[in-house]
Design a protein around this ligand. Structure first.
Ligand SMILES: O=P(O)(O)OC[C@H]1O[C@](O)(COP(=O)(O)O)[C@@H](O)[C@@H]1O
Ligand SMILES: [Mg+2]
Ligand SMILES: [Mg+2]
Length: 336
């Protein structure tokens, strides 16, 4: 799961993302530069999408695109714009053979069959927040393909399992734009300075508290939640925990990662298999939180070991500080 060598690179705050990537690559004799370039391509797409988002209200790119994705969700214009922008950057960058996106049903071949990486992506996470100017994000997950470079990538390249991710991350378009990622050697965050057009290291070696007093879930669904989850939320309320729910997985997990807490999206009657998608929401966020010292389960098992058989497979998700995630997962298993 570790793309670069074991040596963790100590880099001062304020270092540009480009220099950080270069240092990580130099510290890894096996590195060939392809993953480094791929990470740069993702950062480029994030800058372009950040610009689109920052002027969304002016350019009338808010609202529905008038189409539905394979999940039966109305695609927002910015869902589609972000999808196109990331696809274009990954295609033009030349380091990615194929992409799976929340916004398209099938594997998307990029015309770079010689490349050794494939990328799964949630181009815009928190779509219901777009029109109301609340935080949204992008989630990405990178695999080294199993199929032979030079031949078309296949679905199996995306279904290797969460432990086979070589890198994962998110871009949070919030009060500032933040790129947070891991290559299996801890988690680092970079803040975008749009006037300089650069990401700068602002959150080195992010770690999350083992415990916390924040819970995040859509309490409007609570009657549908498994009994153990209902009991856990009641216990949080009785213990005067703080309830925080932004309605964007990235933003809720990011806040809880920094402050300590737990995000829960269990199975519900409306979504008996869970709402979130394992490949481009569950697995990448689980990889990140574990690299930051936290935990993620589906309510029963460690999420990164959960078998995946389809590209858009859904999953319940419980993620955050280890003591909270372990507690509710143990209770849930007991009551199942
Ligand atoms: O509106 P609900 O049911 O609370 O769901 C909110 C959750 O769904 C999501 O919006 C799903 O992601 P998308 O916006 O990428 O479809 C999560 O970001 C968020 O945590
Ligand atoms: Mg999402
Ligand atoms: Mg999305």
């Amino acid at each position: 799961m570790n793309a670069y060598s074991e040596d963790v690179v100590a880099v001062p705050v304020g270092t540009t993302l480009d220099r950080f990537i270069k240092r990580q690559q130099q510290a890894s004799p096996a590195a060939t530069g392809e993953l480094s370039q791929l990470l740069r391509d993702i950062a480029l797409a994030a800058k372009i999408v950040q610009r689109e988002i920052s002027r969304a209200g002016l350019l009338a790119v808010t609202g529905s695109f008038g189409t539905e994705n394979q999940h039966g969700e109305a695609q927002q214009k910015l869902d589609v714009i972000a999808h196109i922008r990331f696809l274009r950057a990954l295609r033009n960058g030349g380091e990615v053979a194929a992409v799976v996106s929340e916004e398209e049903d099938q594997v998307i071949h990029t015309g770079n069959p010689g490349s050794k990486y494939v990328v799964a992506i949630d181009p815009l996470d928190g779509s219901s927040n777009i029109d109301v100017n609340v935080s949204i994000g992008t989630i990405f997950s990178i695999y080294r393909r199993q199929s032979q470079p030079g031949t078309p990538a296949v679905e199996a390249d995306f279904l290797q399992g969460g432990l086979q991710q070589v890198a994962a991350g998110y871009v949070l378009y919030g009060t500032s734009t933040l790129l947070v990622y891991t290559t299996g050697q801890g988690v680092n965050g970079f803040t975008y300075n749009s006037s300089l057009g650069e990401f700068f290291l602002s959150h080195p070696t992010l770690t999350t508290p083992v415990d916390g007093r924040i819970y995040s879930c859509n309490e409007g669904n609570i009657v549908d939640y498994p009994l153990a989850i209902q009991q856990f939320i009641t216990a949080c309320q009785q213990a005067r925990f703080t309830a925080r729910y932004i309605g964007a997985l990235i933003a809720d997990v990011h806040r809880n990662l920094l402050k300590g807490g737990i995000y829960l999206y269990p199975a519900t009657q409306a979504a008996p298999a869970g709402k979130l998608r394992l490949l481009y929401e569950g697995f990448p966020m689980a990889f990140l939180i574990e690299q930051a010292g936290g935990s993620a389960t589906d309510g029963q098992q460690r999420l990164l070991t959960k078998p995946i058989s389809t590209l858009h497979q859904r999953t319940p998700l419980i993620i955050g500080s280890t003591q909270l995630v372990d507690l509710v997962t143990q209770q849930n298993k007991l009551l199942l």
